[in-house]
Design a protein around this ligand. Structure first.
Ligand SMILES: Nc1nc2c(c(=O)[nH]1)N[C@H]1C(S)=C(S)[C@@H](COP(=O)(O)OP(=O)(O)OC[C@H]3O[C@@H](n4cnc5c(=O)[nH]c(N)nc54)[C@H](O)[C@@H]3O)O[C@H]1N2
Ligand SMILES: Nc1nc2c(c(=O)[nH]1)N[C@H]1C(S)=C(S)[C@@H](COP(=O)(O)OP(=O)(O)OC[C@H]3O[C@@H](n4cnc5c(=O)[nH]c(N)nc54)[C@H](O)[C@@H]3O)O[C@H]1N2
Ligand code: SF4
Ligand SMILES: [Mo]
Length: 709
């Protein structure tokens, strides 16, 4: 096309929101020239974004205009997994999906269909709950999604209730900051300036992490810990605090439940015992406990990674007891920061429509996808049709080899909606093109701060791509669902995304957001916010429950990002209501190395994992190991090694570093199998096993060995 140089170019700036599953939920400004997005930038006015986007997103327009973008519906023409497709029309795609769903349902019943989705986008319209109403109405298998923080949320909610906790902006007032299992500078970048400001004002920053990563390097004290043993450390801290009388007696008396039992329980968890478990010197454990208990305000930031081992739930239980024990909640900037999303009054039921669901419909957790597809998990009826959107299970789910084997099944009908032909999409029968955030309406809650952000489409969709909202409107139409919900436009959906009448939304309307782009929830300001200075915890007793009435009454349950119990919860075997230690599940008997698979710095989960700039920054899939472990295996820097166990194997470049203790190795998740040396990534060796609470994953509870290839 030849540009018409006689036209004056029109340049506008559109307010948008980063769509990703990231605590920072940045406010973006999109520059649009002649209908084309040419630049994205962080909003300099936004108190958290502060004008900067991260490496994962600061060239987002490149994603929208990528030559690799899926632009049209396609049908598979080669063998499954070959990636050979031909373009078809939307009508043909929708007819094929609807008729195949119908025939599978006629043969096996509706539960034979399973949706597979997670948080490719976090928008309320197109994200976590997109498609739920459709699949509930269809009667499909309910998919349980506990990838992220369900274990921690369950433990946290059973201890302090679903409270927003410390306002991240209040952390400038903190004097003692424990970053526990979070590589903040990589995964929560925009929180770092707040922590750095507190540090400048004299706060001590402690980082508890097996790895001396970029965040730990900036801390005042890095405490390397053996993976999966954090519960022992937290219990021993309570032991020291109580034994030395450093607890806040008045706060404990007025605002907690079960102190005497807790004191009795933690008597056994001595620092000497915890030192054996954690590998941390006894004196360091005592010092940490004393400093934490006697420096006000003290706050703990827990990363999502804290939950990813057998005892992840009890670990979070123990940590969540600490702030009440020392009365940290009395102070601005004191307490615990988990997921402030609990402050956001999102109107989830309007999107999920739980009432469309047939009572008793079976629930299958997505960590079992590989087993469900290969038949190793016996399901009646079997899964014969899946629809994947907002997720890339080949990269993010455990047991990668089983997932690949399952997706290769000839009798499985697979639909994938995505921006790109992911490793999962390569196995699809039908591929559908999805819009990017620059091309769709959405509105974002945040799990990292107290701001709501509106996203207005900056440009027209490329090709025939459509938002998830439109995808499910079209599919519902094809299936003949005539409920009002399936006729709502995106504008109408925006209007019901939040409970606008909730006190937190006072002064915020959709119209005001159209002007400002974002707004802080109507809560006290960060210089005044002390949500639990007077107790008032949203637990059954209104107190921090050292002895958890919820766990006692209900047994193990799942609290997820929707703030609700998982669909079919029946009271189960009661869980010990007092915090206790659960050791890592995998031991080093056969496979001696403990593998961690945290987030990649330059990818956002698997998203951006195949984009040029981000691939350049992240580099090839790498496994970091201590020089002593490398030497014992004859491995040198930059050599290819195979990382393996009974579940699978992947090949990565070896990187030698004393940032890790011997016995611990790290390979970040997010690389695409198609770009990996032998077509596998770290999730080839991860287990499907759940942690103790909330059906959380056990990605950090993985043992492997390494050898040269
Ligand atoms: N760059 C980037 N940022 C992201 C994401 C991304 O993919 N890339 N993903 C987003 C999402 S979905 C999430 S959930 C968050 C997660 O953010 P984080 O909670 O920071 O999670 P991870 O990066 O997985 O792990 C953080 C740290 O936990 C440590 N760790 C692992 N196991 C243990 C353990 O048993 N004990 C202790 N003490 N530490 C342990 C790891 O060494 C790692 O340094 O990040 C979000 N932000
Ligand atoms: N080993 C290991 N595995 C892990 C983790 C770990 O730490 N270690 N972390 C776990 C955690 S915390 C999380 S949150 C999960 C993340 O798991 P997912 O939420 O599945 O992560 P993404 O890789 O971001 O996958 C999203 C896919 O959705 C697509 N997508 C994005 N936007 C849209 C859209 O608008 N419409 C459609 N149809 N598709 C879209 C993206 O292109 C991408 O292919 O991974 C989990 N897996
Ligand atoms: S991925 Fe996170 S840090 Fe990066 S731009 Fe998006 S919200 Fe901000
Ligand atoms: Mo996550």
């Amino acid at each position: 096309m030849t540009a018409d140089l006689t036209l004056t170019p029109t340049t506008t700036t559109v307010r948008a929101a980063c769509p990703h599953d990231c605590p920072d939920t940045c406010a973006m400004l999109v520059t649009v020239e002649n209908g084309r997005a040419t630049k994205v930038a962080g909003d300099p006015e936004h108190p958290i974004t502060r004008g900067g986007l991260c490496v994962k997103v600061n060239d987002y327009q490149e994603k929208t205009y990528s030559p690799d973008r899926l632009l049209h519906p396609m049908r598979r023409v080669g063998p499954k997994g070959s990636g050979r497709f031909e373009q078809i029309s939307w009508d043909e795609a929708l007819d094929t999906i609807a008729s195949t769903f119908r025939s599978k349902i006629a043969e096996y019943g509706p539960e034979t269909v399973m949706p597979v989705s997670y948080l490719g986008t976090q928008g309320i319209l197109n994200g976590l709950s997109a498609g739920d109403a459709f699949f509930h109405r269809l009667g499909a298998t309910v998919t349980e999604r506990t990838y992220c923080d369900s274990g921690a949320c369950t433990a946290y909610a059973s201890t302090v209730g679903a409270t927003a906790g410390v306002d991240p902006e209040s952390i400038v007032h903190s004097r003692y900051i424990i970053i526990w299992a979070s590589n903040t500078i990589s995964t929560n970048l925009h929180l770092w300036p707040v922590i750095a400001e507190a540090q400048k004002r004299g706060a001590k920053v402690v980082c508890i992490d097996p790895m001396r990563h970029r965040t730990a390097q900036r801390a005042d004290w890095h405490i390397p810990i053996r993976p999966g043993t954090d519960g022992a450390l937290a219990l021993a801290m309570m032991h020291v605090i109580i034994a030395e009388g450093l607890h806040d007696e008045e706060y404990v008396r007025d605002h907690t439940l079960g102190f005497d039992e807790l004191a009795e329980r933690v008597a056994q968890y001595t620092p000497e015992w915890a030192s054996e478990e954690t590998g941390i010197p006894v004196e360091d454990i005592r010092t940490l406990a004393r400093e934490y208990a006697t420096t006000d305000p003290s706050m703990i930031r827990i990363g999502v990674a804290i939950e990813r081992h057998a005892g992840g739930g009890q670990t979070v239980r123990s940590i969540a007891c600490l702030p009440a024990l020392v009365g940290a909640w009395r102070h601005v900037g004191g307490g615990l920061l988990q997921l402030p999303l609990w402050a956001h009054p999102v109107n989830w039921p309007a999107f999920i429509h739980p009432e469309y669901r047939t009572p008793g419909t079976r629930v299958v957790n997505q960590f079992l996808l590989g087993r469900a597809l290969t038949g190793e998990l016996t399901l009646d009826p079997p899964i014969t049709a899946i629809m994947v959107y907002n997720s890339n299970p080949m990269v993010v789910s455990p047991e990668q080899e089983k997932i690949a084997a399952g997706l290769a099944r000839e009798d499985l009908f697979t639909v994938v909606s995505d921006h790109f032909l992911t490793d999962t999409a390569r196995y699809a029968d039908i591929v559908l093109p999805a819009t990017t955030q620059l091309e769709q309406h959405d509105i974002m809650f945040s799990w990292g701060h107290f701001y709501v952000t509106l996203n207005i489409p900056a440009v027209e969709p490329e090709g025939e791509s459509i938002p998830n909202t439109e995808l499910f409107r079209r599919l519902a139409g094809r299936m003949g669902f005539d409920d009002e919900f399936f006729g709502l436009s995106d504008e109408q959906l925006l209007a019901q995304a939040y409970d606008w009448s909730a006190p937190a939304m006072e002064g915020i309307t959709l119209d005001s957001l159209r002007e400002t782009g974002w707004a802080r929830l109507n809560l006290p300001g960060p210089d005044d916010y002390r949500p639990h200075a007077e107790g008032a915890f949203p637990t059954p007793s209104g107190r921090t429950e050292f002895r958890s009435s919820a766990l006692e009454a209900m047994g193990n349950f799942v609290v997820n990002l929707f703030r609700q119990l998982s669909d079919d919860h029946q009271p189960g075997t009661p869980v010990d209501p007092l915090p206790h230690y659960v050791a890592p599940r995998e031991t080093g008997d056969v496979y001696p190395l403990n593998l961690l698979s945290p987030k990649s710095h330059a990818y956002i989960n698997s998203s951006a994992g195949d984009q040029a700039m981000q691939k350049r920054v992240q580099g090839e899939q790498t496994v970091t190991m201590h020089p002593a472990d490398a030497e014992a295996r004859g491995v040198a820097e930059g050599q290819y090694v195979a990382v393996h166990n009974d579940r699978g194997r992947f090949v990565a470049l070896a990187h030698l570093s004393d940032e890790l203790a011997p016995g611990v190795v790290v390979c970040p998740m997010g690389s695409w199998p198609k770009n990996a040396k032998d077509g596998s990534t770290v999730n080839a060796v991860n287990p499907f096993v759940f942690a103790d609470l909330g059906n959380a994953p056990t990605f950090s509870d993985t043992r492997v060995d390494i050898e040269l290839v």
